[in-house]
Write a protein that binds this ligand. Structure first.
Ligand SMILES: CC(C)(COP(=O)(O)OP(=O)(O)OC[C@H]1O[C@@H](n2cnc3c(N)ncnc32)[C@H](O)[C@@H]1OP(=O)(O)O)[C@@H](O)C(=O)NCCC(=O)NCCS
Length: 166
């Protein structure tokens, strides 16, 4: 699949069902900041996420194949963007789509004057940690016992990773 077959756009409430299916998938949800829940319970969380920053979706053949939220910080940190809720659709993972998508997001944020992009990745999410390192992000620190999954009886460390944009 070539780069030109994909479209990057801002997500809207009309994307709720497509994003819900990605967010609640068993291979994605453990690494996002909410438990698996029904649509009605998730709706206010979705609205809160949309208000927290710019929701981006990446489309192929009118289907959402990847998504993330870029949250711009304010005032003296207005050159900083924090990425969250990043996921590639489970059927499209491992095909280079996440890399292509995140590269486009980095370019876009750079055009908007962003100098630093940071994010959190759970210490047990080796796939994502490899992914971010490959995209140039570096580990800046470990936030101990930051994350708890309802069905697991242990707190998980969080990796703070950042990319300094030239
Ligand atoms: C992390 C994620 C976004 C990567 O997206 P993707 O589209 O699968 O990534 P790509 O195909 O572009 O792969 C890029 C790199 O990711 C890493 N990666 C991807 N799949 C991997 C796997 N199964 N095992 C280990 N590393 C893997 C590799 O470093 C890979 O580079 P390589 O192909 O040269 O080995 C995707 O796996 C995902 O949605 N995971 C679930 C949700 C999640 O963890 N989100 C991040 C929250 S911090």
């Amino acid at each position: 699949m070539t780069n030109t077959e994909f479209t990057l756009r801002l997500g809207t409430h009309a994307d709720f069902d497509s994003l819900y299916a990605i967010y609640m998938h068993g291979s994605v949800n453990p690494y996002l900041n909410f438990e698996i829940m029904d649509k009605k319970s998730f709706e206010p969380i979705f609205n809160e996420l949309r208000q927290s920053g710019d929701l981006y979706v990446y489309e192929h053949d009118k289907k959402i194949v990847a998504t993330c939220i870029a949250m711009r910080l304010k005032r003296r940190a207005q050159h900083v963007a924090t990425l969250g809720t990043l996921a590639t659709h489970p059927n499209f993972q491992g095909k280079g789509i996440g890399s292509q998508f995140i590269q486009k997001i980095i370019t876009l944020l750079k055009e908007q004057g962003i100098k630093r992009i940071d994010l959190f990745a759970e210490a047990d999410n080796l796939k994502a940690i490899h992914f971010y390192k490959k995209m140039g992000f570096e580990l800046e620190g470990v936030l101990k016992k930051y994350f708890l999954r309802e069905n697991e009886n242990k707190y998980i460390d969080e990796h703070l990773m950042a990319l300094i944009v030239n």
